[in-house]
Ligand binder design. Structure first.
Ligand SMILES: NC(=O)CCC(=O)C(=O)O
Length: 265
């Protein structure tokens, strides 16, 4: 299965509508290049790492960004993980919410980031934490399940118990979206790899590029296999990272090296 991680350059000076247009064009490009699953990064339409524009650019769950993503998934005939949006609920709460659409435009999954970032950028002060883990089956055209996907967002990667819960719920692949600063690049690379190794999952980790509120975003989107091998890695610049993944490699790895079976706790 060919996957594409669209490492967007998140530009805070762009109006949301323009950012949407650019992101959708990149999704079309990835689909034309044969990707069946396309992933965008965290909060790409909302200034990514900078909380200042979030309240003003927040959207309802079925707002314009969600609609544009849905149409892109239909037009391209792909499964689209649209990265995350700032979701405003009817009672005024803000969530960092990921949306996944299938090729018919159905909402396959939604995930509200559970671990909002408490360190000095203020996400935790603005966003309400999600409360539910999310997994969903990614199906082939004959309706058979290709892989069970679990969702996670950025700071979540520091909390291994979330990934174990995803695995207990059946996840074989984790799609991780992020806006991660360059100054903690080594953490990003190490944590993504650790989550893949300890859970024997594919990690599809799509991060932002560019500079946000004076902070350089690290890029370095990653595709890591269930043995922990990095099979594709982007640099710091905006790009689309492609990789072929083999969903059958997850059960094979788990059978040959049965770490999950050997758990005691
Ligand atoms: N957007 C985020 O959650 C940033 C997380 C981060 O920079 C870190 O964990 O370090």
């Amino acid at each position: 299965m060919k996957v594409a991680l669209v490492q967007l350059d998140v530009d805070l000076t762009l109006p949301v509508a323009k950012a949407r247009e650019l992101a959708v064009a990149k999704v079309h490009e990835a689909a034309e290049d044969g990707a069946e699953l396309v992933v965008l990064p965290e909060l790409w339409a909302h200034g990514a790492f900078d909380p200042v524009p979030w309240p003003a650019t927040a959207e309802p769950l079925h707002g314009e960004t969600a609609q544009a993503l849905r149409e892109a998934a239909i037009d391209c005939g792909i499964v689209l993980h649209g990265g995350s949006i700032v979701e405003r609920t009817p009672d005024g709460k803000l969530y960092n919410t990921s949306l996944v659409f299938d090729a018919e435009g159905e909402l396959l999954a939604g995930y509200r980031k559970i671990h909002t970032f408490g360190f000095d950028q203020g996400e935790a002060a603005v966003m309400t934490p999600g409360e539910h883990i999310t997994t969903f089956p990614l199906r082939d055209i004959d309706d058979s399940v290709l892989t069970e996907i679990g969702l996670a967002t950025c700071y979540d990667v520091r909390f291994p118990e979330l990934y174990r819960k995803l695995v207990d719920a059946g996840a074989q692949t984790v799609v991780q979206v992020a806006a991660w600063p360059t100054r903690r690049l080594s953490h990003w690379l190490t944590l993504c790899r650790a989550r893949a190794i300890e859970n024997q999952v594919y990690m599809l980790a799509c991060a932002c590029a560019g500079t946000q509120a004076g902070l350089e975003m690290t890029g370095h989107s990653l595709v890591i296999d269930p043995w922990g091998e990095v099979i594709a890695e982007a640099g710091a610049e905006a790009t689309t990272l492609y990789a072929e993944i083999d969903p059958a490699f997850v059960p094979t790895t788990r059978e040959r090296f049965p770490v999950l079976r050997d758990r005691r706790l």
